[in-house]
Write a protein that binds this ligand. Structure first.
Ligand SMILES: *Cc1c(COP(=O)(O)O)cnc(C)c1O
Length: 357
């Protein structure tokens, strides 16, 4: 399979002359900046941020063992998902392949960008239906509107990771971009696929500060891909999409690597505890294996349990309307106290009518 990026870049994007921000033309420090109509008096944030987040990328590059040129940062990974559509899927012509049940934003971003979605459900035990996916993607013509294939590993909401061989097989056989969403990779025994970047020019890996790093509030998403893809995304992104406070806070969290490691360890321990406790409750029929910081559970009556928990101000995610997720709830792993409260509350529901019929 020979992948040609040029074939899937939208024509208008190819032709686009990007906005050149004042600050993207000069990168030196300690200068007299009279170019951007900023306020000269120091508030700590009177200057525009670095549009290419160079300091931050250098740090992330060390941490992830990828070169800084292969990193794109966004206002959450959700922004990167949207930018991928805007760069590589022609509205009304492009295609997005998704493997439901999976993360809802892929489908929302497709809809916003008027791109058709082709859904290839996972098998009942939440594995990629490789044969059907291969059949579907091989029917895609190169250069007709562009196409994206989303693989989420570990997958939200099912929690399981996708085997590396499956990911590689799809990369080898897809002529569009494979977007591998690794939002939960830090909780998984499986390693990140960043080492595959040099082998597959059609691979885009997404990671985020929102989960293991504990920084959902700063909105920082990471994309790892070829330098060429980074350049296309740079062309169309809002010039200052990652603000100064976010860049500083992210640098700060890198200076405390133990905080993240400890959090991940504690969450994994709590997940074990939660799994054990849940599996003993009469209203829980199955706890699906998880490589992430949440558990998908099959219950006797998801709607009723969800509603009852809400009356006790405990909010979980009702996923029972998703394909293959009938009567399923997705429960994030919280603190020890939160686990205890949840279990205590669920135990008290055991006698409610309709929960265990
Ligand atoms: C939480 C999550 C994200 C993170 O999105 P951000 O915009 O970076 O907060 C991305 N993908 C999946 C599958 C997620 O569950």
């Amino acid at each position: 399979m020979n992948f040609v990026l040029e074939n899937i870049i939208r024509e208008n994007v190819k032709k686009l002359v990007p906005y050149s921000s004042a600050r993207s033309e000069y990168f030196g420090e300690k200068s007299v900046f009279l170019d951007a109509n900023e306020n000269p008096f120091n508030t700590g944030f009177n200057r525009y941020p670095d549009p290419y987040q160079r300091k931050l990328k250098k740090k992330i590059a060390q941490l992830k063992s990828v070169s800084p040129e292969k990193i794109f940062l966004g206002n959450g990974s959700d922004e990167i998902i949207d930018l991928l559509f805007r760069a590589f899927c022609e509205p009304g012509q492009g295609k997005a392949y998704i493997l439901p049940p999976t993360y809802g934003m892929y489908e929302v971003a497709s809809a916003i960008n008027n791109v058709d979605v082709i859904r290839i459900p996972l098998t009942p035990d939440f594995q990629v239906d490789t044969k059907t996916v291969l059949k579907q993607i091989s029917s895609t013509e190169v250069g007709v509107g562009g196409s994206l294939l989303f693989i989420c590993s570990p997958n939200n909401p099912t929690g399981n990771a996708v085997e590396k061989q499956v990911i590689e097989l799809l990369l080898q056989n897809f002529k569009g971009l494979v977007v591998l969403d690794e939002a939960y990779i830090d909780f998984s025994p499986q390693k990140s696929a960043v080492s595959l970047l040099d082998k597959y020019p059609n691979l885009v890996i997404l990671q985020t500060f929102s989960k293991a790093w504990g920084m959902a509030g700063i909105r920082l998403g990471m994309g790892f891909c070829s330098e060429e893809i980074v350049q296309v995304l740079n062309k169309i992104k809002p010039p200052y999409n990652v603000n100064e406070i976010t860049q500083e806070k992210a640098m700060e969290s890198f200076s405390k690597p133990a905080r993240k490691e400890q959090a991940v360890q504690q969450i994994l321990m709590q997940r074990k505890m939660l799994e054990m406790e849940l599996s003993q409750l009469p209203m829980i029929q199955k706890v699906f294996p998880s490589d992430a910081n949440f558990l998908l559970v099959k219950t006797t009556n998801a709607d009723a349990i969800y509603r009852l928990l809400k009356t006790k101000k405990i909010i979980v995610r009702n996923r029972s309307n998703l394909p293959l997720c009938e009567n399923c709830l997705r429960i994030t792993v919280g603190t020890e106290q939160e686990t205890k409260l949840l279990i205590k509350t669920l135990k008290a529901f055991s006698n409610e009518k309709g929960i265990i019929s």
